[in-house]
Write a protein that binds this ligand. Sequence first.
Ligand SMILES: N[C@@H](CCC(=O)N[C@@H](CS)C(=O)NCC(=O)O)C(=O)O
Length: 211
Amino acid sequence: MQVYFAPLACSAATRIALYEAGATADFVYVDIHTRPGERLLADGSDYRAINPMGQVPAIRTSSGEVITENPVVLQYVADLHPHAQLAPAGGMERYRLQQWLNFIATELHKGTYIPLLDRRSPDGAKAFARQKLALRFGYLSQQLAARPFLLGYFSVADAYLITVLNWSPYAGIDLAQWPQIEAYAQALKQRPAVARALAEETAAYAREMNH
Ligand SMILES: N[C@@H](CCC(=O)N[C@@H](CS)C(=O)NCC(=O)O)C(=O)O
């Protein structure tokens, strides 16, 4: 399987999920950071031929299917490695997982972090995102006060959440204001698979920035 990724982007969640499953993949670097307006692969070809949105993650399965959209990619990886129990097989718990994946994707990733991280987002968009932060993080804190993971065990939703929370210092979000979220993030970063994936992504990001 090929995983199209950019260092420290939301595609890091896929790397975490794979390592948690004791698996790996052919990680294919996509430059989304250094050449605005372009989406080049290392061989100079245009990544948009693979994902017309030019966004990571995308995966190419062993049967050649391309799958995009982080919540879907993560569920695919979880289903590929059922022994790792990264997603409930079905029933209400599966809907709970999807509930979290969608919350992270829309309320946190796109709705909060992107306006704060993106240098091109206007001050009004940043202020709007900050105004929404209290409700979103308050809700998340409440959930995490009662349990160490979003579900009863580590799932792909946690892989996505730690990836997004990891951007906090760059987004000017001080997690110390939400002790439950900060404690959760610290605990997750101690997990060997998470630590390994984030260390590799950080090293890849440093290489990219020095290139
Ligand atoms: N809806 C997409 C969004 C993915 C996304 O925003 N990826 C970011 C990296 S975290 C990206 O590729 N940004 C470059 C761009 O939007 O052109 C998904 O859920 O996978």
